[in-house]
Design a protein around this ligand. Structure first.
Ligand SMILES: *Cc1c(COP(=O)(O)O)cnc(C)c1O
Length: 359
């Protein structure tokens, strides 16, 4: 399904030597500072805060938005469980909105779900496909709601030439080994309002602001220097990684176009610079059987995302009366196919041939 990108080991060792020189292993050391600065300049943003993983970044973003305890947060069930568990862990209530054909939140259904307890919208740029950021912005402004994007999949994506991180109040990126850009484990929050930076940095370090001062109730979610060193080593390869993925992605699209019973997503919109993070397809009937045939041929696709969180015991209770039928249909049909820079055209062709034979 994926293979983590490993840069040349000498380049990682070069950055590790800096850790041996500084003797600083964590707690916002020089490499942490460097990586925040590099990301700011690459994405043209004012504020980046790094974390030990994307999930804790999401929880801390929710804390930093300062919502009333027990607020309702409109999100979708078609996501990785982290999106929803962060809401529940922070004492809020997830409200499931259905998705659109492109797997992102169906903006036409958001307003009907707003109640006096609604405080925020937490949409997901699923597979790196951008949500309808402009409509979400309008709705949020009209109803005075905060917008926190789960942009875990969307590193490097641009909409109308603007980096995806520039929409909403805060965007969360995951730097897990399986994501497009990684720091082994890791994550970041990107946000425009510099006033948020102080508290976000406090929350990730126990709320400690000085040797004898504790300002707020925090967590431990700091990115360490070995993670930052990996990020600094991988970052220069990012454009190359995206280029290689694009070639593989296009090979898939050519091959899959002719297979009956398979549909692909129209993510080649002219306003969007896609990052080619995933190759999701829909198999209209017998997805599970196709998955099994692939597995028997040593091809590891992933039912990503399955099951729908509306069917999971500990999250089912948050269902309202609204329909989430599209999300449920897509979880039964979707398969994410293998993609990583070293995947060859021969391998791509074999995956597609196996799908065709299975169908
Ligand atoms: C990976 C992922 C996360 C969590 O990120 P981690 O860095 O693994 O903690 C959250 N949301 C989505 C949609 C993800 O894919």
């Amino acid at each position: 399904m994926t293979k983590p990108f490993l840069p040349p080991i000498n380049e990682y060792l070069y950055n590790l030597e800096k850790i041996w020189e500084s003797n600083i292993l964590t707690n916002m050391g020089p490499l942490h500072v460097d990586l925040e600065r590099e990301l700011c300049s690459r994405f043209g943003c004012e504020n980046v805060a790094l974390f030990t993983n994307g999930h804790l970044a999401l929880e801390i973003a929710l804390k930093a938005l300062n919502l009333e305890p027990g607020s309702e947060i409109i999100t979708t069930p078609f996501t990785f469980v982290s999106t929803i568990s962060s809401i529940v862990n922070q004492g809020h209530i997830p409200v499931f909105c259905d998705i659109d054909d492109d797997c992102t939140i169906d903006v036409d259904q958001i307003e009907a779900l707003i109640t006096p307890k609604t405080a925020a919208i937490l949409p997901v740029h699923v597979y790196g496909f951008p949500c309808d950021v402009e409509r979400i912005d309008e709705i949020a402004r009209k109803h005075r709601l905060k917008v926190l994007y789960d942009a875990a999949h969307a590193f490097g994506v641009r909409v109308n030439g603007k980096d995806i991180s520039q929409f909403g109040d805060i965007s969360m990126f995951s730097f897990h080994a399986t994501k497009l850009f990684h720091t082994i484990e890791g994550g970041a929050l990107i946000f425009a309002d510099s006033a948020l930076k102080t508290n976000i940095d406090l929350y990730k370090n126990f709320g400690i602001s000085g040797p004898e001062t504790i300002e707020l109730v925090g967590l431990n979610a700091k990115m360490n220097e070995f993670q930052a060193a990996m990020g600094l080593t991988v970052l220069p390869y990012l454009d190359e990684i995206i280029e290689q993925r694009k070639t593989i992605f296009e090979r898939y699209m050519q091959n899959l176009d002719n297979i009956q019973g398979v549909s692909i997503f129209p993510c080649q919109d002219k306003n969007i610079d896609y990052n080619y993070a995933y190759v999701p397809i829909l198999i209209t009937t017998k997805r599970n059987e196709v998955f099994d045939v692939l597995a028997a041929n040593n091809i590891h696709a992933r039912k990503y995302f399955y099951p729908s969180l509306t069917k999971v015991e500990c999250y089912r209770q948050y269902m309202r009366n609204n329909s989430t039928r599209k999300a449920e249909t897509i979880t039964e049909q979707v398969l994410a196919l293998p993609i990583y820079p070293s995947l060859t055209f021969e391998q791509v062709d074999r995956v597609c041939r196996t799908i065709q034979e299975a169908i």
